[in-house]
Design a protein around this ligand. Structure first.
Ligand code: BG6
Length: 497
C-alpha cells in the first residue's frame, strides 16, 4: 500500500494573493499541516507575495494569527510552527508594474532545478499579467508549475483569453486549474465506490437509476466577498465548477486507468453530452433564488441586498436549482437535479442516486411501502455513504417492511484525520500529478454549457425568486422536481419546513 506520508522533493511555493482570504484561511493552514506531518525537506520554502507593504516578520505574524484562527487549537504545535515560520518569507510585488520583481527574482539564484510552484490566489484578471511578469523576470523554469484558482474567467471568452495568456508562458502540463471539490475525501471515494466495487457498475445506468440529485448547501452568506460575488452569483461560483465536476464523476464511463488524461478524457465526454439549457427550456429547467433576511442556526441574518458591498437592486442569484440531462446511452432520460445555495438551513453536500422501484411487489400495501433503493454519498459534513434498503422489521405478527439505511461513516470506520482538500491538491502540484485538476478543454466545455444558461436568464430579465435565509430555497425549486413526479431527498438534508 502507498505510504500515507512521503517526503516531497524540495520545492519553492510562491503564493500570490498571500494576504487574501483564501491564502490565510486555506493555503497557509494546509501547507503548515503538511509540514507538520513531516512531508517537507528542510530546504523547501514558502514565499507569500502581495501588493501590501509588509516585511517577512509582519507576514509571519499574520500567518501565525491565521493558523490560530482557522485551525483547531490542538493542531497548533510550537515546534512545527517554528519550522514552518523559518521557511516562510514575504515579498511585496505589484502585478501591474515593475515594483518588486527584481528583488523577488534575486531570491531564486541557483535554485532553477528546484520545483517551483506559482499559486495565483488572485483575481483571474491578473492570471495573464502575472504569468507575463513571471516570464519577464526570468522566474519561469522547466520545473515550474502554475496553479490557477477558480473562477477561470467570467464567461467562455474571458476563460479562453486567460487560458491563452497563461498558455503563452506555461505549457499545458505545467498549468494546474484547481477545483477544490476534486480534492475532497468523499469525492475521491466516488471513484473507489464506482470502480473498486463490482456491485454498483452493472446498475449504474438508465436501466436501474431513476435520477440523481446533487445538493451543495451552505449556511454562510457572502460574508466579506460581496464585491466578487456580485460579479459571479451561484451559477458561476458553484455550478460551473464544483457541481459540474460532481456530475462528471457520477456520470463518466469507467476510465481505463487513474492516469491524468484517462480520467479527464472521460469527464469531458460528460460535459459535452449535457443537453443545452437555453431560452427554450430555461423556465422549466432552472430556478434562480436570492436570500432575504431570516435566521440561520438560531441567529438572525440580513438579506443578500443588505450585505456589505451589495447594491439594493442586485439581480445576483445566491441559489440555483437545475435539471441537467446527460444525453448518452448510459443516462438517457435520467435527470440530474442540481441545487446549491447560500444561507440555507444546513451546511451539507450530498449526492443521491435514486434507483428505480422494483418491477412488481409481492407485499400487500398494509405491510409498508416498498420504497425504491437510494445510495447517498455525503461529501460533508460527516463524510458517509448510505445505502437505503427495505428490511423486515423484527418481531412476530407477520411482515412489516421498513426502509433502513446501511451506513458507512468514514469518521467511525477510519479513525484517521481527514485532510482538507487543499492539503492534498497543494501537494499534488509538487508531485506533478494533475489528475485532480481541470484541463483547459474541461473548463471551456463547462463554460459553454453555463454561458447558455446565463444568456437565457439575461434574455428573460427575471429577478431571482426570494427565499428566507435558513430555509431550503425558493418554493419554485421544489416545483422544478415535483413537476417530474419526484421530490428532493430532504431527510436529513433539508428537513420539512
Ligand atoms: C468556493 C466558493 O469555491 O467554494 C465559495 O467560491 C463557497 O462561495 C466554497 O463558499 C464552498 O466550499 P466548501 O469546501 O466549504 O464546500
Amino acid at each position: 500500500m502507498a505510504p500515507i506520508t512521503t517526503i516531497l522533493n524540495t520545492f519553492d511555493y510562491l503564493v500570490f494573493g498571500a494576504t487574501g482570504d483564501l491564502s490565510l484561511r486555506k493555503l497557509l493552514p494546509s501547507l503548515y499541516l503538511r509540514d507538520k506531518a513531516g512531508q517537507f525537506t528542510s530546504e523547501s520554502r514558502i514565499i507569500g507575495i502581495s501588493r501590501s507593504h509588509l516585511d517577512t516578520g509582519e507576514y509571519r505574524a499574520k500567518a501565525e494569527e491565521a493558523l490560530h484562527r482557522y485551525l483547531p487549537a490542538h493542531e497548533f504545535d510550537a515546534a512545527a510552527w517554528s519550522r514552518f515560520r523559518d521557511r516562510l518569507s514575504y515579498a511585496c510585488v505589484d502585478a501591474t508594474s515593475d515594483d518588486g520583481w527584481g528583488d523577488l527574482a534575486g531570491r531564486f539564484a541557483g535554485r532553477d532545478d528546484v520545483i517551483r510552484v506559482f499559486y495565483l490566489a488572485t483575481s483571474p484578471s491578473l492570471f495573464g499579467p502575472l504569468s507575463e511578469r513571471l516570464r519577464a523576470s526570468g522566474l519561469v523554469t522547466l520545473k515550474s508549475r502554475v496553479v490557477l484558482e477558480k473562477p477561470i474567467g467570467h464567461d467562455l471568452e474571458s476563460a479562453r483569453r486567460i487560458n491563452d495568456e497563461v498558455g503563452g508562458v506555461f505549457a499545458e502540463e505545467q498549468i494546474y486549474r484547481i477545483d477544490h471539490y476534486l480534492g475532497k475525501e468523499t469525492v475521491q471515494n466516488l471513484l473507489a465506490l464506482r470502480f473498486a466495487n463490482s456491485m454498483f457498475e452493472p446498475l449504474w445506468n438508465a436501466g436501474h437509476i431513476d435520477h440523481v440529485q446533487i445538493t451543495v448547501a451552505e449556511t454562510v452568506g457572502v460574508e466579506s466577498r460581496g464585491g466578487y460575488y456580485e460579479t459571479s452569483g451561484a451559477l458561476r461560483d458553484m455550478v460551473q465548477n464544483h457541481l459540474m465536476q460532481l456530475v462528471c464523476l457520477v456520470g463518466m464511463e469507467p476510465p481505463v486507468s487513474l492516469d491524468k488524461e484517462a480520467v479527464r478524457d472521460e469527464k469531458i465526454k460528460v460535459l459535452r453530452s449535457l443537453k443545452p439549457i437555453g431560452v427554450e427550456n430555461i423556465a422549466t429547467a432552472t430556478v434562480r433564488g436570492q436570500y432575504r433576511a431570516g435566521a440561520v442556526g438560531g441567529a438572525a441574518v440580513p438579506g443578500y441586498l443588505e450585505e456589505e458591498g451589495i447594491g439594493s437592486d442586485s439581480n445576483t442569484e445566491t441559489f440555483v436549482a437545475l435539471k441537467a440531462e446527460v444525453r448518452n446511452w448510459r443516462w438517457a432520460n435520467v435527470p440530474f437535479y442540481l441545487r446549491t445555495g447560500k444561507r440555507m438551513q444546513e451546511k451539507v453536500s450530498e449526492i443521491v442516486i435514486q434507483f428505480r422501484p422494483i418491477p412488481h411487489s409481492i407485499f400487500p400495501a398494509e405491510v409498508g411501502e416498498v420504497t425504491a433503493n437510494r445510495l447517498v454519498v455525503r461529501l460533508q459534513p460527516d463524510e458517509a455513504i448510505g445505502l437505503h434498503l427495505i428490511a423486515k422489521e423484527p418481531g412476530p405478527g407477520g411482515i412489516r417492511l421498513r426502509e433502513v439505511p446501511l451506513n458507512l461513516s468514514f469518521a467511525e470506520t477510519f479513525k484517521n484525520r481527514f485532510p482538507d482538500a487543499y492539503e492534498r491538491l497543494l501537494m499534488d502540484v509538487v508531485r506533478g500529478n494533475p489528475t485532480l485538476f481541470m484541463r483547459r478543454d474541461e473548463v471551456e466545455a463547462a463554460w459553454i454549457w453555463t454561458e447558455r444558461i446565463l444568456d437565457a436568464w439575461e434574455a428573460r430579465s427575471e429577478r431571482p425568486k426570494p427565499y428566507i435565509a435558513g430555509t431550503s430555497g425558493p418554493s419554485q425549486a421544489i416545483a422544478l422536481i415535483e413537476r417530474d413526479g419526484r421530490t428532493w431527498h430532504d431527510d436529513p438534508v433539508f428537513p420539512a419546513r
